[in-house]
Design a protein. Structure first.
Length: 288
């Protein structure tokens, strides 16, 4: 492994680190952290309610290579904590993952994002943290998916990743965000679990000319859309246990390459488009 003198001296409670924008959860409900990366070999440290997501974000930063992640649908009381919150409408109880400290030191043998992701999963399991995950090596990116998780009753159940659901839609020029919305809608229909689009890395008015023919939703985003943009693309599909919904965010991992790949999506008559709901207290934009 090449020397990586990286230092991200950051601890932002309640923030999930995404390149373009972030899902912000009230600090009393869930504490997220941006990974701290330092030393050689690289050590990634987080203190978070989503230690696996944040550590994989650190791997993505170290290797500057896409590491997509889908969170297991946590429902067991042993994996969650209940937080009472007083609102204007009265008392509300929210479910969340407890915040834990987690760290991984990558050795010289962790020479790729895929090998590093496997090391992270090995350490995650040995730390006794919930959910069983698998790293799948794709063409130019890594996909970390849930395999098993404890059910609400406590029994261990197999998980079918929602992002493995297959999508089909005709090739057409569409608003770029609408393309992600279309993919999320088909995932929801096929899986029976609602997937909501949170953040996307497109300018208002950007379009994509794209179609899909019975391919996994994960590939449609991290392979097809990445090829159309000429940029590496990753995603986070995060489970909200109180709502029992998934929230999908797409992010760019690398800057555009002026010499290879197709140009970024065309801008056709840009107009203001609604982004994530600003009325929902679960959402906010993070500074770039």
């Amino acid at each position: 492994m090449k020397s990586r003198h990286l230092t991200l001296n950051i601890v932002h409670p309640a923030a999930i680190p995404l390149t373009v924008a972030a899902l912000l959860i009230p600090a009393q409900i869930r504490c997220q952290s941006v990974p701290e990366i330092s030393g050689q070999p690289a050590t990634i440290r987080v203190h978070s309610g989503r230690p696996l997501a944040d550590t994989l974000d650190g791997v993505q930063k170290v290797f500057i290579s896409p590491v997509a992640y889908e969170e297991a649908p946590y429902e067991s009381a042993s994996d969650l904590r209940q937080i009472p919150i007083v609102t204007g409408a009265g008392l509300r109880v929210e479910s969340s993952r407890p915040s834990v400290a987690f760290s991984v030191t990558l050795s010289a043998s962790d020479s790729t994002a895929y090998l590093a992701a496997q090391t992270v999963l090995y350490n995650y399991t040995n730390a006794g943290l919930p959910g069983v995950y698998q790293a799948v090596q794709k063409n130019g990116w890594v996909n970390v998916v849930p395999v098993r998780v404890a059910s609400a009753g406590g029994s261990i159940c197999d998980v079918t990743p929602v992002m493995s659901q297959r999508v089909t839609f005709p090739r057409a020029v569409r608003d770029a965000r609408a393309t992600i919305d279309l993919i999320a809608s088909q995932i929801s229909q096929e899986s029976g679990v609602r997937v909501k689009v949170l953040n996307v890395p497109f300018m208002n008015g950007a379009t994509l000319e794209m179609g899909a023919s019975n391919e996994p939703a994960a590939d449609a985003i991290a392979t097809d859309i990445a090829a159309l943009m000429g940029r590496q693309v990753s995603f986070r599909c995060l489970w909200e246990p109180t709502e029992k919904d998934y929230y999908l965010s797409v992010e760019i991992v690398t800057p555009p390459n002026p010499y290879k790949g197709p140009p970024p999506p065309r801008i056709l008559h840009p107009t203001l488009q609604p982004g994530p709901s600003t009325n929902n207290p679960w959402f906010n934009k993070a500074p770039k």
